[in-house]
Design a protein around this ligand. Sequence first.
Ligand code: ADP
Ligand code: CDP
Length: 214
Amino acid sequence: MSEPLIIAIDGPAASGKGTLSRRLASFYGLRHLDTGTLYRGVAWIMLRDGFEPRDEAAAVKVARAFDPEILGSADLRTPAVGRSASLVAVHEGVRKALFDFQRSFGLQKPGAVLDGRDIGTVIFPDATVKFFITASPEERAQRRYLELRASDEGVTYEGTLAELKRRDERDQSREEAPLKPAAEAEIIDTSKLTPDEVMARAVRIIDNVVRGRT
Ligand SMILES: Nc1ncnc2c1ncn2[C@@H]1O[C@H](COP(=O)(O)OP(=O)(O)O)[C@@H](O)[C@H]1O
Ligand SMILES: Nc1ccn([C@@H]2O[C@H](COP(=O)(O)OP(=O)(O)O)[C@@H](O)[C@H]2O)c(=O)n1
C-alpha cells in the first residue's frame, strides 16, 4: 500500500472531532492536523493586531503570512477566538491561503488524519475515508461549557449554547466551503456514545475500507 492513508473528519463545534482524530492518528500511526487551529491562529493575530475579523483584505494578508509556529504558543481555545475564527473563515482568500499547507500536510507518508469543516468536501475530496461527526446542540454545548468552565468561572451553559448555534449557522450558510457532510461521509452522531464507542465504530469502518483497497 503506497498511497498515503488520509482520514477526513468534519463536523460542528464540540462534536468530538478532535478526540476521535487524536485517537485514530495514534492507533494508525498517522500525523494529525486540527485545521480549526489554522483559522483560530489567523483570528488570534487579527485580534492581537487590532483588526476587525470582517476586514477581508487584512485577514487575507495575515493568512498568506501565516506561520504555523503560532499554533503552539497562542491561547487559541477562547470563545472570542472561536467566534473570530468563524468570521475570518468566510473569506475566500483566507481559505485559499491555507489550502496548500493542509494538502501538503496530508500528502506526506504514511498519511494523516485532518479534522475541520471542509476536509472531505474541499481539502481532500480524494480522502481514503470520510467521517461527519455530529451531536445535538445541547450535548455539544454541555461538553464545551464543561471545558470552558475549568478556566472561566463566568461562563454559562446558556451563553455557550447560543454562541455555538450562531457559529454553526455561520459555518453552514457561508458561500465558501460551507459545513456539510461529504456525499460519501460516514455520519456518526456521538450524542449518546462514549469516546470509546465512537472510536470502535470508526476503526471498523476504516479497516473495512483499507482491506478493500489492498
Ligand atoms: N463521545 C463523547 N462523549 C462525551 N464527551 C465527549 C465525546 N467526545 C468528545 N467529548 C468531549 O467533548 C469535548 C469536545 O470534544 P472535541 O473532541 O474537542 O470536539 P471538537 O474537536 O469537535 O470541537 C471535549 O471535552 C471532549 O473530551
Ligand atoms: N476546516 C475548517 C476548520 C475550521 N473552520 C472555522 O474555524 C472555526 C473554529 O474551528 P474549530 O474546529 O477550532 O472549532 P471547534 O470545533 O473546536 O469549536 C469554525 O467555527 C470554522 O468557522 C473552517 O472554516 N474550516
